[in-house]
Ligand binder design. Structure first.
Ligand SMILES: Cc1ncc(COP(=O)(O)O)c(C=O)c1O
Length: 363
């Protein structure tokens, strides 16, 4: 491929000396479980995001699971969420015994359409779980006021949105809890699996901290049945270094997105909107195309990567076939028309040109 979807090697090379040195230091220290780097990263991430608590855990799926458990969501509860997301969002709802209720999305943001939430509420609804998909914050004012009026909790899926802001506030700092993934290709990615839960409530924070470490807040004393879901010390070393660069990474992702939008402006292709009131961090740059599959083939033939996120919305997945699922026409149409282009902070102008030539050549 002349242009890959992401280039993790380029980013590592730029930080190699610092990362290698810090990893060797942590190896020499040998405090591998909930060691000093995990503790420092949790403090630094909480400061960066403006939250009281940031609790590292094993991955983003666990972060969602722990956030739901910490907020007290359980069997019999319904949780409103998006069908246009990675399956982990709704898997976590099932893990706690609750039922995901899928509500359709807006095609201009790929995020939950707040105007459709009301009609999906029932006596069992306990929470709304918006996903800040592709790095763009969901409509949080509308979601938060709807939740406040109905006494519902809001849990944010921030797996793709580290560093994004909605009207000045970081995603993950707005609802009752936020769940982050540090999967290697995420905006803030480590070199394996990693995740984190954020919240402001001390009680929820203490519960999550306990749950991620075998239900224990004092060694060998276990208040509840918990999990082994701790952020790895070596991953925390890498995350601390990369956290110092996250604003620059996100700024460069925005520059790539603007470069694409400019070059594709007169093509008639639907390009992502960049709203004024929120900071999109472009985890993905996603087009909507008629004849998407033909475009995809043609772009790949130019040796330019592209990918479909997501080909099947969750309400159409076999895993959720045991519930009656509604028709969600916007999510279904997006699944048929979406195509994501390469985007990563190290992209050059020449690579942006190559991608756009392939897209325009395919049109
Ligand atoms: C929207 C969304 N939620 C949750 C997750 C789960 O994160 P992880 O892969 O770290 O478990 C992902 C990551 O792939 C994601 O994209």
């Amino acid at each position: 491929m002349k242009v890959p979807m992401v280039d993790l090697k380029g980013q590592y090379q730029a930080l190699k000396a610092e990362i290698d040195d810090a990893l060797l230091g942590a190896l020499a220290e040998t405090r591998f479980i909930l060691g000093p780097n995990v503790q420092e990263f949790e403090r630094e991430a909480a400061d960066y995001l403006g939250v009281a608590h940031a609790i590292g855990c094993a991955n983003g799926t666990d972060a969602l699971h722990l956030a739901l458990l910490g907020a007290g969501i359980g069997p019999g509860d319904e949780v409103i969420t998006s069908p246009f997301t990675f399956i982990a969002t709704a898997e976590a709802i099932r893990y706690v015994g609750a039922t995901p209720v899928f509500v359709d999305i807006r095609s201009d943001s790929f995020n939950l359409d707040p105007e459709l939430i009301e009609a999906a509420l029932s006596k069992r609804t306990r929470a709304i779980l918006p996903v800040h998909l592709f790095g763009q914050p969901a409509d949080m004012d509308e979601i938060m006021s709807l939740a406040a009026a109905r006494d519902l909790l809001v849990i944010e899926d921030c797996a793709q949105s580290f560093g994004s802001r909605y009207r000045g506030r970081a995603t993950g700092a707005i609802g009752a809890a936020g769940a982050f993934s540090f999967f290697p290709s995420k905006n803030l990615g480590c070199y394996g699996d990693g995740g984190m839960v954020t919240c402001n409530d001390d009680e929820i924070g203490a519960r999550i901290r306990m749950l991620r470490n075998h239900g224990s807040s004092r060694q060998y004393y276990h208040d509840v049945i918990g999990y082994n879901s701790r952020l790895d010390e070596l991953q925390a070393v890498i995350l601390r270094i990369k956290l110092g660069h996250i604003d620059e990474y996100n700024r460069r992702r925005n520059a790539v997105a603007r470069g694409y939008n400019e070059r594709l402006a007169s093509s008639g292709i639907t390009t992502p909107s960049i709203p004024e009131d929120r900071d999109h961090v472009f985890h993905q740059y996603t087009l909507l195309l008629d004849e998407r599959d033909a475009h995809r083939e043609a772009i790949l033939a130019h040796e330019v990567a592209c990918a479909i996120y997501y080909p099947v919305p969750l309400h159409r997945q076999q895993a959720f076939a045991d519930f009656d699922q509604p028709e969600l026409p916007v999510a279904e149409a997006c699944a048929e028309r979406c195509l994501s282009l390469p985007i990563f902070p190290e992209m050059t102008e020449q690579q942006i040109d190559l991608v756009c030539e392939a897209v325009l050549g395919a049109a």
